[in-house]
Design a protein around this ligand. Structure first.
Ligand code: NDP
Ligand code: 8G0
Length: 448
């Protein structure tokens, strides 16, 4: 089937899954030259096969709140492709979670994981459970109930979940404990575990640090670096705060962080002391706004960070957080580099706009792959029952990100005009990730 026919079919079959269709279209547009030059891909119908998950498990979660009421939520695990390794990808707990969101995330995860060069397939899961305002006991009961269902379908060589939005170290620990209890087995079935019971050093930092390493590689192509670059970060979660921390340590001036309530702006920049305060504040689930009373700066309720002049934008919160109007705002404010820490934070129109304006743009699939890469390293440490040092793992993270950057750049340069003003990392990353998975499927014949 032709790429366009696959898209037409998906649009007909899944009209209520706009995020999924958006992610598929982005890949289709960028791989068409490779698809046309590899007759095996269309002979084996690779694209149609890769746009339908191997399976989606959906289930109900009953849990008891602090008042003794029985609450009901929905949970899913989308096992998208295990062509090159066990299904791997995070679990998201957020009221906006639905099948479309998880299918877009699982689909992108296939190619991202392939880009890391580690043996991992793609998957994603989660629940429409809202952790906000829940007590620790409620979170614990929910996590236990969630894994009581999901444990049947996961395993260290089968499907290895981790955290994502709304799921951090605390939640992973509860889920790991329940899995261990139900299976009588101590295995690396989840990543992002606490250091000391199977978790890997630098996993917490890896996504944000990795995104900044990717940016350093991009700047390096132009013999430039981060010193004194003004950086706008969105979000104040795991990815955002570690991206801010690494950028600040490389002498960039990080001007903003944000959350669903608004934006925090500090013209002096967030240094390590301020970032440590922000981490603690978020850990205790207290408002960002309180920063102003301690350090100064400004709290802009209900606003996003893109209204400030800057050199770099790092959207690290959630999908479609930057629309075309906000992309225009970035351009007008002098932003030259956009590196996606979040998954699909730019709408399709915003991506078209920033590419047209020759802003250097790195897609999440390449730029935020550091997190899942260190998850892959956690899986191998668990398999050999050994821990590696922070320095060793940071070096490995640097190497993996550089490999992703360089291979995406090479693939892009091979198919873009010689005088193109920007490296088309989006096309390059999709081609490299897609080809690795497609080649495995061709080798397998007709089975997945
Ligand atoms: P966290 O839950 O730690 O933080 C999410 C942050 O984004 C919070 O500040 C949250 O604000 C904000 N946010 C979430 N949803 C919305 C929304 N709808 N509108 C406005 N703000 C929002 O998640 P992570 O940092 O782990 O994940 C952030 C992004 O990075 C996601 O796209 C995730 O898929 C992606 N990612 C994460 C990886 C990881 O290792 N954690 C790896 C690769 C990608 P509030 O607290 O107010 O809700
Ligand atoms: O470690 C993981 O498997 C993981 C967790 C959260 C997000 C992601 C991602 O790559 O988007 C991966």
């Amino acid at each position: 089937m032709k790429l366009q026919d696959v898209i037409n079919d998906l649009e007909k079959r899944y009209p209520h899954q706009p995020e999924f269709i958006q992610a598929v279209k982005e890949v289709a547009i960028t791989i068409s030259s490779v698809y046309d030059s590899h007759p095996d891909y269309s002979r084996c119908n690779i694209f149609e096969r890769l746009t339908e998950p191997d399976r989606t498990i959906s289930f109900r979660i009953n849990w008891e709140d602090d008042q003794g009421n029985i609450q009901v939520n929905r949970g899913w695990r989308v096992q998208f492709s295990n062509a090159i390794g066990p299904y791997k990808g995070g679990l998201r707990f957020h009221p906006t979670v639905n099948e479309s969101v998880l299918k877009f995330l699982g689909f992108e995860q296939i190619f991202k994981n392939a880009l890391t060069g580690l043996p991992m397939g793609g998957g994603k899961g989660g629940s429409d459970f809202d952790p906000k305002g829940k007590s620790d006991s409620e979170i614990r009961r929910f996590c236990y109930a969630f894994i009581r269902e999901l444990y049947k379908y996961i395993g260290k060589d089968m499907d290895v979940p981790a955290g994502d939005i709304g799921v951090g170290g605390r939640e992973v620990s509860y889920m790991f404990a329940m899995y261990k209890n139900l299976t009588h087995e101590y295995s690396g079935v989840l990543t992002g575990k606490g250091v000391g019971f199977g978790g890997s050093l630098i996993r917490t930092e890896a996504t944000g640090y990795g995104a900044v390493y990717f940016l350093e590689n991009m700047l390096g192509v132009h013999k430039d670096n981060l010193t004194n670059k003004r950086v706008l970060v969105s979000g104040a979660g795991n990815v955002s705060l570690h991206a801010a921390e690494k950028a600040a340590s490389l002498d960039a001036i990080v001007l903003t962080v944000s959350d669903s309530k608004g934006t925090l702006y500090d013209a002096k920049g967030f240094d390590q002391e301020k970032i440590d305060w922000l981490k603690k504040q978020k850990e205790q689930r207290k408002p960002l706004e309180e920063y102003v009373a301690v350090f100064g700066g400004e709290w802009l309720a209900g606003q996003k960070p893109w209204q400030f002049e800057a050199d770099v934008a790092l959207p690290c919160a959630t999908q479609n957080e930057v629309d075309i109007a906000e992309a225009k705002q970035m351009h007008e404010n002098g932003v030259k580099y956009i590196v996606e820490g979040a998954n699909m934070p730019l709408t399709a129109e915003a991506i078209d706009y920033v590419r047209e304006k020759n802003i250097h743009y790195a897609p999440g699939k390449a730029a935020n792959a550091g997190g899942v890469a260190v998850s892959g390293l956690e899986m191998s440490q668990n398999s050999v029952r050994q821990y590696r040092s922070f320095e060793d793992l940071d070096l490995q993270l640097h190497r993996i990100i550089k490999d992703i950057h360089d291979s995406a750049m090479r693939a892009a340069l091979a198919c873009q005009p010689e005088d193109a003003p920007c490296i088309d990392y989006m096309t390059g990353a999709n081609i490299v990730g897609f080809s690795r998975v497609a080649d495995a499927l061709v080798a397998y014949g007709i089975l997945n």
